[in-house]
Design a protein around this ligand. Structure first.
Ligand code: OOG
Ligand code: MG
Length: 256
């Protein structure tokens, strides 16, 4: 058991530098024993550093919302990370692969929050706070060596968030059980939005609970990435695209 006080600032700086210099870092768990509370505090300091550099918050993302991913990590709670304007890529836009250590891309459902949400209000109806839904993709890029991490590690590392792209927004609708197709070069991944907690709308409820406990603000205009619908595919040069049945299509081009 590690009894030393956790150096939140130092660990946030280490993860921040790993991202900025595109250099991996060993799993924190190799040398430290940090709790989940510690991990969210490191994440929050990491975001503080990004904000201090002028990045603005554009939303939040959930992770481990698929049973398969949860089982793989041996956990039963979803995780939440933060999105900034620096991570946003326009639909059909390009992204330099040199920004990332070992990027992967995954299909997601995005929701847009229409008005500020007070997670402490017991009467808040999170579904009614959302005005749009869209097909999306997330680029994840663990700052940890070989993409190897524990549950607390990945929370500290802002849940591997690296970039995201959102397709055309549609009106609010039931998106449970839509076919999902992700294509990256010659690789294709097929799945269903049902992999996201049975129905992606449940991700909104899980988010409300975690944002209350972790003091993560949910603001008008914020995007919510509900969690991957399939396993992630390594992002290579060329087109990556995702199609969600009845919802639409989103693309990004990786530039070598
Ligand atoms: C953690 C991020 C997981 C998702 O959608 O489940 C995530 C990782 O796999 O590196 O974003
Ligand atoms: Mg994701």
């Amino acid at each position: 058991m590690n009894t030393k006080a956790v150096d939140f600032t130092g660990l946030a700086a280490r993860l921040d530098e790993a991202q900025r210099t595109v250099t991996d870092t060993p799993s924190l768990a190799d040398t430290l024993d940090i709790s989940i509370d510690d991990a969210y505090r490191i994440q929050s300091e990491l975001i503080g550093r990004r904000r201090a550099r002028g990045e603005s918050m554009t939303g939040v993302k959930l992770g481990f919302t698929s049973r398969a991913k949860m089982a793989q990590m041996g956990v039963s709670e979803v995780i939440v990370g933060r999105l900034t304007d620096n991570m946003r890529i326009d639909d059909g836009g390009e992204v330099a692969l040199s920004r990332f250590i070992h990027p992967k891309i995954e299909p997601e459902i995005a929701y847009r929050i229409a008005r500020d949400v007070d997670p402490d209000d017991p009467l808040v109806d999170i579904e009614s706070c959302v005005d749009s839904v869209a097909p999306a993709m997330e680029i994840i890029d663990s700052r940890y060596r070989d993409f190897r991490f524990t549950y607390t590690d990945v929370v500290a590392d802002n849940t591997s968030a690296a970039a995201y792209v959102i397709g055309p927004w549609q009106g609010p609708q039931d998106v449970a059980n839509r076919a999902v197709r992700l294509e990256v070069g010659a690789e294709t991944m097929l799945g269903s939005t049902a992999a996201i907690l049975g129905d992606p709308v449940r991700a909104l409820h899980a988010l409300l609970d975690i944002s209350r406990r972790r003091k993560i603000p949910l603001r008008a205009g914020h995007v919510v990435l509900a969690g991957a619908a399939t396993a992630a595919i390594p992002l290579t040069a060329g087109i990556a695209q995702c199609d969600i049945a009845g919802l639409g299509h989103v693309t990004v081009k990786g530039i070598a």
